[in-house]
Design a protein around this ligand. Structure first.
Ligand code: PHB
Length: 395
């Protein structure tokens, strides 16, 4: 027997985008249902990136979505770019008066889930959305299967696909599950988590003749590090000693603190922007709308920016019956999305060694890095983009 439930906004996906959207809508008195195929435990334990723009932190804090971000997260006022054996600090605070916060995405999710449940949000885990129907009507519907395997239909005034890079809502918006502009990269990241204190106070983005490495951290006792690898790499193919050797060779000049490696993964990445973000009464936000390579640390931040734009449009639509902001949503969101796409592509191409790079390419890349670190204008672009463009401009 099919159960049909009715709500104002049906949100597919309990990631940062879907949960923050439900939080902001509730504040405006708009009821929603959030569905996710995964269990709460899975959502809260999946390791993702950890850099939050200053604007993201301000939104999480000012809306009560996360009270811990500023106390449990750590402020970073700069990063180091390392190449040709030397480190160069990009001082965000001095250049643009802004900072970023290192606060892992799963911690943001724990805070958001706790806040939503405490507020009585209808939040359903283990529910698989199959498709979205009646997109063009004012009663679009999500066809789903509930946690017990029974058919479930959610009828709403509006449906939001916040369901990640393998979005099922995308088809209802773009006409195909893959439709979009995209670019593949001939490399991936080998990521590790290890028990050892941070090797440096700030993140190190290193370009070396052996390829890229990123030295990041999670806490006073855990480090997160990545090095460039072939996308076909088997994560279990390396011994711990080989992993340390691979990392250390790519960060010459800094002695990495070693410790037991307790997690390893290979992250394939690409750049993607869906051909359309809105169709009738269905919109896409976050990774369902776009993906960026992780080098610019933009993924979750871009999802937050999308949500702020869409939430304002939904308030106008559902409270004032004014659909003008909704009509503008794709263009407004895409302006920031393409800037972030460019920044993520640029950081990626500037720091990685392409497998087919010629001597010209490698020497040009060093010239590009010098143009950034030896010029205040060059470093200011990086600082401005990394810490995040003002969110007001997106509204
Ligand atoms: C991470 O800590 O996981 C991280 C930090 C910065 C990035 C990507 C990942 O650009």
């Amino acid at each position: 027997m099919t159960t049909t439930v009715r709500t104002r906004v049906a949100i597919i996906g309990a990631g940062p985008a879907g949960l923050l959207l439900s939080h902001l809508l509730a504040d405006a008195g708009i009821e929603s249902i959030v569905l996710d195929q995964r269990s709460r435990e899975e959502i809260e334990s999946t390791i993702r990136a950890g850099i939050l723009e200053q604007g993201t932190v301000e939104i999480l804090e000012s809306t009560g979505a996360s009270e811990r971000v500023r106390t449990a997260g750590s402020r970073h006022d700069g990063i180091e770019l390392r190449f040709a054996g030397e480190g160069h600090r990009i001082d965000f605070d001095a250049l643009v008066g802004r900072s970023v916060w290192l606060y892992p995405q799963h911690e943001v999710l724990k805070d958001l889930i706790a806040a939503r449940l405490a507020a009585g949000q209808d939040l359903r885990f283990g529910v698989t959305a199959e498709r979205v129907e009646d997109t063009a009507s004012d009663r679009p519907r999500v066809i789903a299967t509930d946690a017990a395997g029974a058919p479930l239909v959610i009828e709403a005034d509006f449906v939001v696909g916040a369901d990640g890079s393998r979005s099922v809502a995308r088809e209802a918006v773009t006409g195909s599950s893959t439709g979009g502009h995209f670019r593949e990269y001939p490399f991936a990241w080998f990521g590790i988590l290890c028990e050892a204190p941070p090797s440096a106070a700030e993140l190190i983005y290193s370009n070396s003749p052996d390829g890229f490495a990123l030295v990041s951290q999670r806490s006073a006792t855990v480090q997160r590090m990545y090095f460039q690898c072939d996308p076909a790499t088997d994560p279990s193919a390396f011994s711990e000693a080989e992993l340390w050797d691979a990392l250390q060779r790519r960060v010459p000049g800094t002695r990495l603190n070693e410790g037991p490696i307790f997690q390893r993964d290979v992250l394939r990445f690409r750049s993607f922007v869906a051909h359309q973000l809105l169709n009738g009464r269905v919109a896409l936000v976050g990774d369902a709308a776009h993906t960026v390579p992780p080098t610019g640390a933009k993924g979750m931040n871009l999802a937050v920016a999308d949500v702020l734009i869409l939430e304002r449009a939904l308030r106008a639509l559902l409270l004032d019956r004014d659909d003008r902001l909704l009509a503008d949503f794709p263009e407004t969101a895409l302006r920031r999305i393409w800037k972030a796409q460019h920044f993520s592509w640029w950081m990626t191409s500037m720091l990685h060694a392409a497998p087919d790079a010629s001597d010209f390419d490698r020497l040009r890349q060093l010239g590009e890095l010098r143009s950034v670190v030896e010029s205040e204008a060059g470093s200011t672009y990086l600082a401005e983009a990394y810490t995040g463009w003002p969110l007001d401009a997106t509204r």
